[in-house]
Design a protein around this ligand. Sequence first.
Ligand SMILES: Nc1ncnc2c1ncn2[C@@H]1O[C@H](COP(=O)(O)OP(=O)(O)OP(=O)(O)O)[C@@H](O)[C@H]1O
Ligand SMILES: [Mg+2]
Length: 313
Amino acid sequence: MTELLELDRLSVRFLLGQRATVRAVTDATLRLRPGRVLALVGESGCGKSVLAAALLGLLPGNAQVRGKAVLRGGIELLSAPEAVLARQVRGRLIGLVPQSASTHLTPVRTARSQLVETIRALGAATGADQLAERVGLNPADLDRYPHELSGGMAQRVALALALVADPQVILADEPTTGLDRPLVHRTVDLLAEAATDDRAVLLITHDLAAARRVATDVAVMYASRIVEAGPAEEVLTDPWHPYTAGLLAALPDGGFRPIPGHPPMLTELDRIEQEWGCVFCQRCPEVPGFAPCTGDPELREHGDRWVAAHPPC
Ligand SMILES: Nc1ncnc2c1ncn2[C@@H]1O[C@H](COP(=O)(O)OP(=O)(O)OP(=O)(O)O)[C@@H](O)[C@H]1O
Ligand SMILES: [Mg+2]
């Protein structure tokens, strides 16, 4: 297969005792191709990090997982034993970029010692200076302690750590949280540079502007479901799903009009879908300037683009 990672109807539910079930991810189907940056976007709580945790085998005991997630080479992540995930996947086939680079680094050790330790632990052939240069960091800066690094330098160290074993996928979950806009740009640009011929980046973010800057592909998630996916320049200029339209209208250059209301409780999704047919229906008429759904079945799939069914409101 040409895909580096292929998700097929990945679903995650959390069982809350006898009381309720949280539907955190529902039937997520995605393809991550070499040289691409796929941005997974959506409001807080829609299931982005749970999807990432499922791929890495890091879900808590009350999670029920269904579907498939196959890495190029054949490892199926959802059924792989923990030993395989620990020894072959995390840090090796999938490199992780943390949410906050400077707090992720151990404060009392230089960046170099942390990088060298990771290189040794993963048995990698590359050297620390070589990795620093690959992420645009002066090797001399590796001898600094984390508090001596600027935010941008810390992000570069974090990316160097993720690249140690030359992973085929870089998974970055909210790597720009708390950063100012110029540093957001530098961080996502750096991630995009890591998407080479043989590597892809899965950028999880609720920052649509950052996604728009670097993503080649976008998947839009709402209330546990991917509601729209496709090439970034198409999805973000001509959205097919009213939720995507709503997210774009909330951006400063989209008019600064946030979608009124809140996403539904994830314990209520079965009922809402039965009643309305679409999880966004309750907010859809509120999206500024958006025409009511037509429910046109022709709209569901075209080339690389896909949109979830959204029957007329
Ligand atoms: N162990 C758990 N038990 C029950 N519910 C959980 C558990 N872990 C996560 N959830 C729920 O799953 C949903 C999805 O959470 P997730 O962290 O994936 O959101 P997110 O899209 O990453 O949001 P954010 O943008 O804020 O990071 C949330 O409603 C969360 O409360
Ligand atoms: Mg998250």
